[in-house]
Ligand binder design. Structure first.
Ligand code: F6R
Length: 583
């Protein structure tokens, strides 16, 4: 969600900035812009739509000689995705790019209008830019400090001032790093934008201002210079290549077996590395989207297998609702990016109430990884496709381990070790998924039905399909359909019936019969054959703790094939952002 890159060095920033924006494309955006600068001159070029439109405009422009620059991909919040609203914005001597939302932009705008300021866009960003300019009297740090004191909301800013050759950066809520190199330095929303240039970086913390020139990076906190550790990123440039696959989504699904092996290995060698949740009377699992659906699997397993009371809640609800912390509670935050605004707010709510927090997270340098009490890392590496696949599977695997550790189960370690091989087998059956995709890709409404843990699987199957293929689909508890929704089932309506839970198997089959007899085109996904159905995907049977991991990859591949048949922009579905850093 919004991407920022910036450059200061001896060369033209143009190529670095455009390449950086392309690396951040996965975050989601609807317009883009670039500002090139030398000490006194500034040139801003913006465009709506894909970065190639911006590239085209830059190619056709006569560019100023520059050695500093900032660039931005915008995911519209305040104001439509128009060229005017695209960043960078310039007011007076200040030019900036912004990721986040300034919540009090309205009142600041009123004030600045009275001071004679004129605004050319509908954005909160231009207002923030105006405010910094308002306070600017030649002291850049003072101007930034005074402005951020007045701003509420979230922001990562890359800022340039007329008359100097430095780049300034500051953040609250939204992520930003400073890349370190010889004779040039950078800023970026995340490491993927700079990894082809350097793997050395500084994590900017809230309240710190970075002052960046070609040969120096200073970090200022409370008007004083502080020392910050320079970190080394452990991702390779290849990790963010498609490596021959048509799409990142496909590549990332295909990585699942190896990543499962890498993530599970240390815990299978020593299961005590997994926290024993029996020390808590209640667990709250809080997350957004697919991460929440992974949490629903966790809830089902922890309740059924370990008899632990679990609440699983969307972070956007949890952060504002009345939560009773009247028992010894653990809050588990699940997040691939570790930067999801609502999940961060939920984490902070738990901490303010003195509640223990545990993160299941991918990005080790993220806010959630840094602010929780304990962390379990999924070793997914960079996930570039907007729709999560591999990270979800690894999150579910961690919940399987948490439930196993907290239960009095017989030893199933040798069975767990079979998981990567089984997932590999499942992923090999692409012809079956393509065949099913061909049967459903022209339908308008698709249903996923299941009960208990299978309903949680349905939620993820349905989300994956709708987000990448733009087909309407719904997940339903199979027993609930007849209370209304079954009226939507017509001749040929595709219905995926998910059946892995043996305890409820016969009941689910009866519910599937109900839709079949109303004409539904049923596709069974189960670990055992169901008689009377032509379309069936049968996955290997494994211990209940990990059975979901053998079903969801099939649904991910079906979603992928459907999206491909429908000609969708699979890795960057419309309207979506990878890292949802605003509320
Ligand atoms: C769906 C998807 C989203 C994310 C959600 C949370 O494919 O990717 O639903 O799961 O935005 O993101 P993280 O895990 O980064 O907190």
């Amino acid at each position: 969600m919004c991407g920022i890159v910036g450059y200061v060095g001896k060369h033209s920033p143009k190529d670095f900035l455009l390449n950086g924006l392309k690396s951040l494309e996965y975050r989601g955006y609807d317009s883009a812009g670039i500002a090139l600068k030398n000490k006194h001159d500034l040139q801003i070029i913006k465009s709506v739509g894909k970065i190639k439109n911006l590239e085209e405009k830059v190619k056709n422009a006569s560019l100023i000689k520059s050695n500093i620059g900032i660039a931005h991909t915008r995911w519209a919040t305040h104001g439509a995705p128009t060229e005017n609203n695209a960043h960078p914005h310039q007011v007076g001597k200040v030019t900036l790019v912004h990721n986040g939302i300034i919540e009090n932009a309205g009142e600041i705008k009123e004030r600045l209008l009275k001071e004679g300021y004129i605004f050319n866009s509908d954005t909160d960003t231009e207002v923030a830019c105006g405010l910094i300019n308002y306070y600017y009297d030649g002291d850049e740090i003072k101007a930034i400090e005074k402005a951020i004191e007045k701003l509420t909301g979230s922001y990562a800013f890359g800022i340039m001032f007329e008359g100097n050759e430095k780049l300034y950066a500051v953040r609250k809520g939204s992520p930003l790093i400073v890349g370190i190199n010889d004779a040039e330095n950078y800023i970026a929303s995340d490491i993927t934008a700079i990894i082809n240039y350097t793997n050395k970086y500084i994590l900017l913390d809230e309240g710190e201002i970075a002052v960046i020139s070609d040969n120096e990076v200073e970090i200022i906190k409370d008007s004083k210079k502080i020392n910050k550790e320079v970190l080394t990123a452990d991702i390779s440039a290849e990790a963010k290549d498609k490596q021959g696959y048509d799409h990142y989504m496909l590549k990332e699904i295909m990585e699942e077996p190896v990543l499962l092996e890498n993530t599970l290995r240390p815990f299978l060698a020593d299961i005590s590395l997994i926290p024993d949740l029996r020390e808590y009377e209640e667990v709250h699992i809080v997350a957004c989207g697919s991460a929440m659906y992974a949490g629903m699997i966790g809830k089902s397993l922890l309740e059924e297998k370990a008899s632990i009371k679990v609440m699983c809640e969307l972070a956007s609800e949890y952060r504002y609702k009345k939560v009773f912390y009247d028992r010894k509670t653990l809050v588990i935050l699940v997040s691939q990016s570790g930067e999801t605004a609502d999940t961060i707010a939920a984490m902070r709510k738990a901490k303010e109430n003195g509640i223990d927090t545990l993160a299941i997270v991918n990005v080790k340098t993220s806010t959630i990884a840094r602010e929780t009490d304990r962390q379990i890392y999924i070793e997914a590496g960079p996930e570039i496709a907007v729709a999560t696949t591999k990270a979800y599977i690894l999150q579910v695997a961690i919940f399987g381990l948490l439930a196993y550790r907290a239960s009095n189960s017989i030893n199933i370690i040798s069975e767990i070790k079979k998981l990567p091989r089984y997932v590999n087998e499942i992923l090999g059956d692409r012809d079956t998924y393509l065949k099913i995709a061909k049967e459903i890709y022209q339908n308008n409404d698709i249903f996923f039905i299941g009960r208990k843990i299978d309903y949680a699987i349905c939620m993820e199957g349905s989300l994956k399909l709708k987000e990448v293929s733009y087909l309407h689909s719904e997940a339903y508890q199979a027993g609930e359909l007849k209370h209304g929704t079954i009226s939507l089932i017509d001749d040929g309506t595709p219905v995926f019936g998910i059946i892995t839970d043996d305890d409820i198997r016969d009941k689910t089959i009866s519910n599937i019969e109900e839709v079949k007899s109303r004409g539904a085109k049923v596709i069974i996904v189960s670990n055992r054959k169901v008689s009377g159905y032509d379309r069936q995907i049968i996955v290997p049977k494994i211990s209940d703790y990990f059975q979901a991991i053998l079903v969801v990859p099939c649904l991910q591949l079906i979603a992928y094939e459907v999206a491909k048949l429908r000609g969708c922009d699979i890795d960057k579905p419309k309207n979506l952002a990878k890292s949802v850093t605003v509320e």
